[in-house]
Design a protein around this ligand. Structure first.
Ligand SMILES: *Cc1c(COP(=O)(O)O)cnc(C)c1O
Length: 399
């Protein structure tokens, strides 16, 4: 960046005073490729039978990508349903004009919340007869049927009817005139474990339990109730897990939850994390960098200061463990990651300047840095990396 002398008079009014007018790429930002989402959904759907539907899971603001953008492109790619975690997430999508059926995966338990869900055409997940009764009463009061999904616990021990209770109570629930059972589902706890296809694995035990439930309630295909079990990992295991619908999050965003990459899938990561270089300095040999001086230069070192830190959602325990991409080359991050900034060793580069853009997550020709790499370095899972990014990072849709 060059500083030019100009004689032109500066017009004060041309400069923003509102947050919205600030260039989203002024500091650090997330780029979201809608086309990548669309392509991933199409590819994943190609593994499914024609009659099997695809629920795009867009909870936690679309795993940090921007739920509205993800929803729009997932629907373009063929998603028939959307899944959110909370009432508010559902309402947000409805108020942005989305008409696709939406299932709330979390639990609503007050009459008020269930009325709001009904009013906004959101389907709740129901885990007890008590909630069924509330929904039936709401439906009755409005002279309509309240659409919902019943959930059964098959081994996750989170939400869902106890197996025996659902078996006992299903006929009664079916007889409620003002509710409409749109789906019956369960959730897998361990489908991403290596043993998931072994007969004795907890995934297979869950599967058999789910099938047993369907048998014991005399489940009748003609009822038009959708049966669903699989998350991304379950869907990629094999067709037995697909039933009438799959609920897919992680792999739609471009990552495989399984260690063994299967099929001929070439999923594309939809999220790029980018940042501007805000300052450049050169330090001598033997100089400490950042808090605690944990990194000490072993030679004269050119440092780029990047204006991003753990307050943006970059895990601090990745300090000194990550690299960034500039112009198809990798540069190591050095010293502790601070709240708002971090340093990168760019010795040897003549092209990196104040204002240069660096890629923290994403790819540039031969170089790729994935949320999986960060997850390994940070001893967590890619899901957590993706949904840790804070609102301080503007989301920019790139296509
Ligand atoms: C989050 C979630 C999913 C999606 O899981 P992925 O592993 O990201 O595919 C599916 N079902 C339920 C109930 C969930 O909460």
């Amino acid at each position: 960046m060059q500083i030019k002398q100009t004689n032109q008079e500066l017009n004060f009014h041309n400069y923003p005073t509102f947050d919205k007018e600030i260039d989203p790429k002024q500091r650090a930002w997330i780029e979201v490729s809608g086309k990548a989402i669309e392509s991933n959904v199409r590819q994943l759907r190609s593994i499914l039978n024609k009659s099997c539907q695809f629920m795009a899971v867009v909870k936690a603001d679309g795993y940090g990508h921007d739920a509205k953008v993800v929803s729009d492109y997932a629907v373009k790619g063929g998603a028939s349903h959307l899944g959110v975690a909370t009432l508010k997430e559902g309402i947000r999508l409805r108020s942005s004009g989305i008409k696709t059926p939406i299932l709330i995966l979390g639990n609503l338990y007050t009459k008020r919340d269930l009325i709001i869900s009904f009013k906004n055409d959101l389907m709740p997940t129901i885990s007890s007869i008590r909630e069924c009764l509330i929904c039936n009463n709401i439906g009755k009061q409005f002279g309509l049927r309240f659409s919902l999904h019943l959930k059964v616990d098959t081994g996750m021990s989170r939400l869902g009817f106890e197996f025996n209770k659902l078996v006992q109570q299903f006929e009664k629930i079916k007889s409620f005139e003002n509710i409409k059972i749109e789906g019956i589902y369960s959730h897998l706890s361990s489908a991403d474990e290596n043993d998931a296809l072994d007969h004795k694995s907890s995934t297979q035990i869950q599967m058999r339990k789910f099938q047993q439930l369907l048998k014991q309630i005399n489940f009748d295909r003609t009822h038009n109730i959708k049966i669903h079990l699989a998350n991304s990992a379950g869907m990629l295991l094999n067709k037995d897990f697909h039933f009438d619908m799959v609920r897919v999050g992680l792999s739609m965003y471009g990552y495989s939850p399984l260690a063994k990459i299967n099929k001929n899938l070439s999923l594309i990561p939809a999220l790029f994390l980018k940042v501007k270089v805000s300052f450049i300095r050169t330090i001598d040999q033997g100089v400490g960098v950042s808090y605690g001086g944990k990194f000490v230069s072993d030679r004269k070192t050119k440092l780029a200061v990047l204006s991003i830190g753990y307050a943006d959602g970059v895990p601090r325990n990745l300090s000194g463990k990550i690299k960034v991409i500039h112009n198809n080359k990798l540069y190591p991050q050095v010293g502790s990651i601070t709240m708002d900034q971090m340093m990168v060793d760019v010795t040897g580069s003549n092209t990196i300047k104040i204002g240069s853009t660096m890629i923290l997550l994403g790819f540039d020709r031969d170089q790729i840095i994935s949320a999986l790499d960060w997850a390994r370095g940070s001893e967590t899972i890619p899901w957590e990396i993706l949904c840790s990014f804070k609102n301080r990072l503007p989301r920019v849709q790139v296509d």
